[in-house]
Design a protein around this ligand. Sequence first.
Ligand code: GTR
Length: 430
Amino acid sequence: MPQKRRFLHSLLRILAVSLIMSQVTAQRPGFNYDEAKVPSYELPDPLLSSSGTRITSSQQWEAARRLEIRKLFEDHVYGRRPASPAKPLYIVTSESHNALDGQAMRKQITIRFDENAFPQAVHILLYVPNKANGPAPIFLGYNFNGNHTIHTDPGIHLSTSWMRRNQNGNINHQATDAARGKSAKRWPVKRILERGYALATAYYGDVEPDHAQGWKDGIRSHYKTDESGEPLKLDEWGAISAWAWGLSRIVDYLETEDAIDAKRIALIGHSRLGKTALWAGATDERFAITISNNSGCGGAALSRRAFGETVKQINTSFPHWFNRAFKSYNDNEVDLPVDQHMLIALMAPRPVYVASAEEDLWADPNGEFLSAKGAEPVFELYGLKGIGVENQPALNSPVGDQIGYHYRSGKHDVTAYDWERYLDFADRHF
Ligand code: GTR
């Protein structure tokens, strides 16, 4: 008997090891996925200003260091952005008070940024729970493939925008009815509404199509000056900054919507849209909570940690996401005046949540944790507790107070598990 048990034990061990190995080899080859092989690095101190002043109070942080760090991210990573449009148009294209079997009000709104001929339009899909008494708190997040993919609700307009993927119901980069509901697994609409939250979403490609020449059909071809009226050249800001600007424009609209409590907006984004959410949350304080789901390199993960995707790789695969200056940090992360923990610190004192997935080694789960952890000293200036633990927690064991974090089992994705944590986090802070 003991022999049989020993045999079973070693069999199980072999199975476990080969499972881990298959996960590692399923990642892109030629990159580091071994924690033991991460060279040592030193992070810039969020509380040491470039003039050498040590920041010891939230007043000092807000008066000087916060702005300084924001500007460093503008200049070296994402780029500046234009002012908000003077006269946006909000066109309600449909409204039903009996959507989803009576659970919600569904409204679709088109934003046109200016009255002039500029064709760019962003289409918002909004659900508000009918059971809400008073303006509802809301989750806002871009979708990857068009509003019609988040639910099979036949009332959702089919997007006519260019679609990045030529699959899952898209033909010649145009959506067809076959694409309806294709991303529904990532959007538990019913559950969000049940828990008392409204939901707003829009297709990020409405703001700028996600490819190297996408700027030609996006807002970057239209806006040529920044917030202070200075010239803003195309390569001085990237698509992530353009998409983040678009999220702020959706907030402009939400502030006019009676059914919504615009003081309780939780912004969520996955992967490249998680990077976008973090930059939007850092630049616009109207986002009361910011949630980064598996955002990885250029998002929550530390750039200096050589693990998974690198700055050089992201700039090579996606030359349009960041500004020109960021490319000078290819193979040269050490010279970056910031690292991503400082991006998370820019949310302070507002709550922020970072989530990683076990099999998502490309996004460097531990690097995402360490960056959330590295933002803690700034939250402490406000007397707030950040993440509260020293090391990355065990799988599926969420931690944190003002900075939430979890490391779930499974792949690079947004799952029901993730959403439950975000809903709990929002309940706790709203
Ligand atoms: C990957 C990219 C990641 C992440 C992801 C996504 O190819 O390397 O940084 O952004 O795409 O957005 O799906």
